[in-house]
Design a protein around this ligand. Structure first.
Ligand code: PEP
Ligand code: MG
Length: 581
């Protein structure tokens, strides 16, 4: 049994057979054969090896003709490796002695070899590891025919293992069959992680290299509560996890009883607890989980799988769906936050940027493309005639950007007026505070908006210069870092002085360990992924404001993020042990 530690990004525990993506893209249908039936399996192996050798020779010929002999030789070497008696005998032994299916035996042997190469830790041999994966794929193709399964068209439950998944790949995962996923790359607040939460698929990311240790069909456990991946767990561990899985499901069930209860502290302070959504259909989940409204509607997901920019009607239809479902509750619609690790604008494909997180993303892209921006704002304004709609501008880093955005909004209002189209003239306008410059200048910004929304995901990344999607800096990327907390404090204070509402909509507000701290720092609005809402509500209902203030005061005197996190975990465990694990 191998145990790997990563970053838990979507809670829950799943046990099932692995589907290894990237290196495999083949689903191995069965791991074992009936004892004694190995001669037939060995014949299948021989046929597949012959096919793979012939294919490599063909590729050698084609590549030689196209680009030269030295490149064709790479595939000549593949053919020799596939024809190697040592390799063949090793796979045959795995079939005969361990009753492995030919596919599973191939996968095991190739990965064992890749791992041995990797353990030599010689950069020059790294390319050879990739070659081995290539050979594995080629043999599997000859064993399985063209049975290459798309992750979107699965017929059996699996646990998806990959180097990385993009947010759009994640968004399109088939929830019925993908029990969980685990990736080598990725960070806590990446949009892939956020999507996993939205889809309620248990997930662990940032595990570092593990794909060489696992073969398709191996049993794995993904523990999305603690951030662990267990490969080939023993019987005892499986049973333990089965029990944990049932306990977690029971806890979740008990939380649903809170749906109709208000998020109010033990001493009577009402907290507005809202939901973050990416798709209009998720308005339903906000209601099911007992949210007070939609605190963040990430509209860039309207681009998912689209070849054209959404039209005004596409925007309007989606917004109206949410507004109608929320029946008078607040709906904060954020204008397009395209770029970086999210989808790019179809109508304005920019040259690839060297550093997209610091490039023309989000409001910068909208201000550079006013047609795109105004189309969306028209739809938001039209929807505002039908409910409590509020508009939120993302990634504002200067006062000028805010003023330009408001100027364009005003122009859209005038157009609608001229055309006699109804909208709410007093539509509340907000700005995200997610760039350190905005946090520093919060007192100025507060004079020109009705509300702030603290985007801690980006605020942490830009404050600490730690990419939110990069597992190698995940240790630095920390909401409890004193620098981040000082910025939040500053924003809360500026908002209070200007009598401007302030909400926290980053992942921090969905993490129970931070709830007391945020309340103690003076926040009265939190917006979290719907599935986190019940847990946060339970916590709010379990503390007094005075306790929360004490926690915030204590944190003020702690020097490092690690110590603050330990302290917060202790305090949260004291109040509600179930949520800390
Ligand atoms: C944030 O940055 O905290 C935020 C809520 O926005 P997003 O995660 O969509 O970048
Ligand atoms: Mg952001």
């Amino acid at each position: 049994m191998e145990v790997r530690r990563g970053i838990p990004v979507s809670p829950g525990v799943s046990i099932g057979p692995a589907l290894v993506l990237d290196t495999e893209s083949y689903r191995i249908p069965q791991r074992f054969i009936a004892p004694g039936s190995y001669p037939e399996e060995i014949n299948r192996l021989h046929a597949a090896l012959r096919g793979a050798v012939a294919e490599s020779r063909d590729m050698q010929r084609v590549v030689t003709e196209r680009v030269g002999e030295q490149y064709g030789a790479i595939f000549g070497a593949h053919a020799l490796a596939l024809d190697d008696a040592g390799l063949r005998q090793e796979i045959e032994a795995a079939i005969r002695d361990q009753s492995f299916s030919a596919e599973h035996a191939v996968s095991r042997v190739m990965r064992r070899r890749a791992k041995a190469l990797e353990s030599l830790n010689q950069p020059l041999l790294a390319g050879r590891v990739t070659d081995l994966f290539d050979l594995e794929k080629r043999i599997l193709k000859h064993l399985l025919g063209e049975r290459q399964e798309q992750v979107q068209h699965l017929s059996q439950p699996i646990i998806l293992l990959a180097h990385d998944l993009t947010p759009s790949e994640t968004a399109q995962l088939d929830r019925e069959h993908v029990l969980a996923f685990a990736t080598e790359a990725g960070g806590r607040a990446s949009h892939t992680a956020i999507m996993a939460g939205v889809l309620q698929i248990p997930a662990v990311v940032g595990l570092g290299r593990f794909l060489t240790d696992v073969s398709g069909g191996d049993t794995v456990i993904v523990d999305g509560n603690k951030g662990a991946l267990l490969i080939n767990p023993d019987e005892e561990t499986r049973e333990e996890y089965e029990r944990a899985r049932r306990a977690f499901a029971g806890f979740e069930e008990r939380l649903t009883e809170l749906r109709d209860m208000p998020a109010v502290t033990k001493d009577g302070q009402r907290i507005q607890l809202l939901g973050n959504i990416e798709f209009d259909q998720e308005a339903e989940q906000c209601l099911e989980r007992g949210a007070d409204g939609v605190g963040l509607y990430r509209t860039e997901f309207l681009y998912l799988g689209k070849e054209k920019d959404p039209t005004e009607e596409d925007h309007f239809t989606a917004y109206m769906h949410v507004v109608e479902r929320m029946a008078g509750r607040p709906v904060v619609i954020r204008t397009l936050d395209l770029g970086a690790d999210k989808f790019s604008s179809v109508s304005d494909p920019r040259n690839e940027e060297r550093n997209p997180f610091l490039g023309v993303r989000s409001i910068r892209l909208c201000l550079a493309n006013s047609r795109l921006f105004k189309t969306q704002m028209r739809a938001i304004l039209r929807a505002s005639a039908h409910g409590d709609v509020r508009i939120l501008f993302p990634m504002i880093s200067t006062l000028d950007e805010l003023r330009q955005s408001k100027f364009l909004l005003n122009e859209v209002m005038e157009d609608l007026d001229e055309q006699g189209i109804a909208f709410n003239r007093a539509l509340p306008i907000g700005t995200m505070i997610e760039v350190p410059s905005a946090a520093v200048m919060a007192d100025q910004l507060a004079k020109e908006v009705d509300f702030f929304s603290l985007g801690t995901n980006d605020l942490i990344q830009y404050t600490l210069a730690a990419d939110r999607t990069n597992e190698n800096v995940a240790g630095l990327y920390n909401a409890a870092d004193p620098a981040v907390l000082r910025l939040i404090e500053r924003v809360v204070q500026a908002a209070a002085e200007a009598d401007v509402e302030v909400n926290v909509c980053g992942e921090m507000s969905g993490e129970p360990v931070y709830t007391m701290l945020l309340l103690g720092m003076g926040l009265r609005q939190l917006s979290a992924t719907p599935h986190n809402v019940p847990e946060i509500k339970k916590l709010i209902r379990s503390v007094t404001l005075e306790e929360a203030r004490q926690v915030a005061r204590a944190v003020h005197n702690i020097e490092t993020a690690r110590e603050i996190n330990n302290y917060l975990r202790e305090q949260t465990r004291r109040v509600l042990p179930e949520v800390v694990g």
